[in-house]
Ligand binder design. Structure first.
Ligand code: ADP
Ligand code: MG
Length: 312
């Protein structure tokens, strides 16, 4: 293929809504040997639908109270699944109680959210969170079985829990895969690039997406915290690999969308963010795909292979 100059390469990228930051090097893109993709919001749209929202009725809490807590907890969160949960609660006629006192609301990265509601410690999040705080063990077998089934079917599963009471609600959500995801994975693999997936979600949800986009299960890593993503990326980087302008060593690209992806984006040889994602992810990245279209990954790698290295 005809080589292009660096400036022409940058212009071509910009025209396609691919923002390449100052220090990033186009020719390093030509040496990408591994592309690591985040799941939620990257391979998927991050637009969730509620499939199941169950009240666990062997507790002191009514369904109404469980939904109110859910809405109070998810209201302040910007996670892709939060707004959908709030809407689902409101669809059942719940009004977020204005008199409730919510204090100390905080995000538990890769796990969920917690706050004091009228002085009572409340949690919404995944199984990992509820195992860590010792509530999952006490969940009845029938509910556990149901949640595990949802998870193995590829759903993103979560729970609502109250300190001193236990788990009072459970839910299962689905997310849609980006239409171009499978084609992108195939195109990259066809060019000899290894494609991997990292996610904070469960193994079931991760395998379901991996199977649909064509990423082998042995290249999928699930239930990761932000620092696990970071450590994974640094562990697969070429030894001594730097962002050096002229270095010809094999490169690792990581593409993510969330606040949680920031550390992994910044440690990758080439960090890519989705334009629809969190501002922090964009700040940490070398490249932003403005329209969040994964096709552009294939495009920039091809472009990188064509860019002439000019030594000044
Ligand atoms: P990913 O790595 O796939 O982008 P995240 O790291 O953002 O996912 O989140 C990991 C998991 O933590 C989610 O799949 C979900 O189970 C749980 N989680 C995170 N935030 C929330 C929240 N606000 N409410 C419920 N669950 C959450
Ligand atoms: Mg994500």
């Amino acid at each position: 293929s005809t080589p292009v100059t660096y400036a022409a390469g940058l212009a071509a990228a910009a025209q396609r809504g691919i923002v390449v930051k100052g220090g990033a090097s186009l020719e390093a893109l030509g040496n990408v040997k591994k592309v690591v993709l985040d799941k939620t919001g990257t391979l998927t749209e991050g637009k969730f639908m509620v499939l199941h929202l169950d009240h666990i009725n062997d507790t002191d809490y009514t369904r109404q109270e469980m939904l109110e807590l859910l809405a109070l907890m998810e209201g302040p969160s910007s996670h892709p699944l939060s707004a959908t949960l709030v809407k689902a609660a409101k669809n059942e006629g719940i009004k977020v109680p204005e008199t409730a006192k919510v204090e100390d609301h905080s995000i538990l990265k890769g796990e969920g959210v917690t706050a004091l509601v009228d002085g009572v410690r409340t949690f919404v999040g995944n199984r990992r969170l509820f195992e860590r705080i010792g509530m999952y063990d006490h969940l009845g077998d029938a509910y556990k079985y149901r949640a595990e089934e949802w998870s193995s079917e590829g759903g993103t599963v979560g729970f609502v829990g109250v300190d001193g009471v236990g788990i009072i609600g459970s839910f299962c959500m689905s997310d849609s895969i980006r239409p171009e995801a499978r084609k992108t994975v195939q195109a990259l693999r066809g060019r000899g690039i290894e494609v991997l997936m990292l996610t904070g979600d469960s193994e079931g949800a991760a395998f379901s997406v991996a199977d649909q986009v064509g990423i082998p299960r042995n290249l999928v890593h699930s239930q990761l915290l932000p620092e696990d993503k970071l450590h994974f990326i640094s562990s697969i980087k070429h030894p001594g690999s730097s962002r050096s302008f002229l270095s010809g060593s094999p490169k690792v690209m990581f593409c993510g969308d969330g606040v949680n992806d920031g550390p992994a984006i910044s440690v990758a040889d080439i960090g890519v963010s989705m334009g629809e994602g969190a501002a922090l992810a964009m700040e940490m990245s070398d490249i932003t795909l403005m329209d969040s279209n994964l096709d552009k990954l294939t495009y920039i790698i091809k472009l990188g292979r064509k860019v002439m290295i000019t030594i000044r």
